[in-house]
Write a protein that binds this ligand. Structure first.
Ligand code: FAD
Length: 416
């Protein structure tokens, strides 16, 4: 049995990208349906940073206050070496003069805000959970997506005008289009992450990056305010170490403290106690740092890709969710201009494939934390007397500005 509404956009995957696409399409009066693999959508994951370019789009969807109600408006970003010596601080979001804030938020909170908006605006029935897509078939004027349930039993197919694979890093649609691609590319780095109640540090709305890979790198930022009567925040941390590739890759894989703790055991900085923060975290999670090589096209007739399915990237520039959001907005505009046609998908592809490939490649070589690499290499991993003798503030500002331009959130780009 096939469910047919041939003018609809079929959205495969109800993660961050799929839900934003649905809200964008709805805003412009284009009907859509979302098919999500998991039976029950739960608030999972850890922290995500939404930079001003992504927040601008979410504001246009009327979601800004819902997001700032749950997340934290980041004020500044700071860099330290593994001895806790201060390297560089720059303002972020509104504090840096942007019209939109940077928001540090739990992925589950972001997902919940988006899902609530989708169900309220489009109707609860638009999100079909328990539908794992196994591929698409096409005719000249329609596309049909095929599904199985959690036990592998076939479900009714769905037919629409176009299908968008928003099905994440293990995308079934991408596998159909690129059957010989193989798995994600491992960076030689493993990432542990976690959230725990913790007292505010520095401005109380700061993102810190500390250390460098050979000795251990960690990023810490708060993602919820006032979570208890002690004034604690929900603190998010992401620790990275050089390691052989872990056996499996699952966003929700629990880890043991002993696998990563040693590298950070002496990082007591007074203003924050990293070993204490790590040990207070009940269930750390682990996943390998992976991406995929950019591909020349995401579009095959009436089907295309979006977000991590299209351009998974190292989580080093706070752009994974942001670029998925930008994809959804850009694609919507093309579908409005050109109808739900292959030509609209091609127009989307023409711009977004190239733009996101640059971010993927820059995240490999020169993400924002390359500032830490420079200091580590120039000091051979030793403490410094004066940071100005190692690297100038101008050079670090230039590195940071360069990344913003590539990822599309330089202030001049957002002033348009
Ligand atoms: C469970 C989970 C936890 C995460 N935690 C973090 C985190 O803590 N920090 C971080 O920076 N990023 C995290 N991410 C990744 C982050 O959400 C993405 O990098 C980014 O937001 C881009 O979003 P996306 O919609 O492209 O992909 P995702 O947000 O990964 O969404 C993909 C969606 O597609 C669904 N799906 C997969 N295969 C199929 C299929 N065949 N048919 C139908 N549906 C399918 C998945 O269940 C998921 O809901 C997580 C992703 C997931 C799925």
């Amino acid at each position: 049995m096939t469910s047919k509404t041939q003018s609809d956009v079929l959205i495969i995957g109800g993660g961050i990208g799929g839900l934003v696409l649905a809200l964008s399409l709805h805003q412009k009066g284009i009907p859509c349906r979302i098919y999500e693999s998991v039976r029950e959508i739960r608030a999972v994951g850890a922290g995500i940073n939404l930079l001003p370019h992504a927040v601008r789009e979410l504001d246009d969807l009327g979601l800004l206050s819902a997001l700032t109600n749950v997340g934290i408006q980041t004020q500044d970003a700071s860099y330290f070496n593994q001895y806790g010596q201060h390297i560089y601080t720059e303002p972020a979001g509104i504090a840096a003069g942007y019209k939109w804030p940077q928001i540090s938020i739990h992925r589950g909170d972001l997902h919940e805000v988006l899902l609530h908006a989708v169900r309220e605006r489009l109707g609860a029935e638009v999100v079909k959970t328990g539908h794992h897509c196994v591929g698409v078939e096409q005719t000249e004027d329609s596309v049909t997506a095929n599904f199985v349930d959690a036990n592998g039993a076939a479900l009714p197919s769905a037919t629409g005008a176009v299908a968008v694979g928003c099905d994440g890093i293990h995308s079934a649609l991408r596998k159909q289009f690129y059957p010989n691609e193989g798995g994600p590319v491992y960076a030689g780095l493993t990432i542990w992450r976690g959230v725990t109640p913790y007292k505010p540090f520095l401005s109380g709305a700061n993102t810190i990056r500390v250390g460098w890979m050979p000795v251990g790198k960690i990023m810490v930022y708060p993602i919820r305010n006032n979570i208890d009567d002690k004034g604690n925040q929900l603190m998010n941390w992401v620790a990275t170490l050089e390691r052989p590739r872990p056996k499996s890759y699952d966003w929700n894989k629990p880890a043991k403290h002993e696998d990563f703790f040693d590298a950070y055991k002496d990082w007591h900085f007074g203003w924050i106690d990293i070993p204490d923060l790590l040990m207070k975290t009940e269930t750390p999670l682990v996943f390998p740092m992976v991406d995929r090589d950019p591909v020349p096209t995401w579009t095959f007739g009436r089907a295309t890709l979006l977000g991590d399915a299209a351009h998974p990237m190292y989580p080093r520039g706070s752009n994974g969710a942001g670029q998925a959001i930008l994809d959804g907005r850009f694609l919507t505009d093309r579908l409005v201009e050109m109808g739900t046609t292959p030509a609209a998908l091609q127009a989307y592809d023409k711009v977004r494939v190239e733009a996101t490939a640059k971010v993927v490649l820059t995240n490999r070589k020169n993400p924002p934390d390359a500032i830490l690499r420079e200091v580590y290499e120039r000091t051979s991993g030793n403490p410094f007397k004066r940071i100005n003798d190692v690297i100038s503030a101008e050079e670090m500002a230039q590195m940071s500005e360069g990344y913003k331009k590539i990822a599309g959130f330089h202030q001049r780009q957002l002033a348009i």
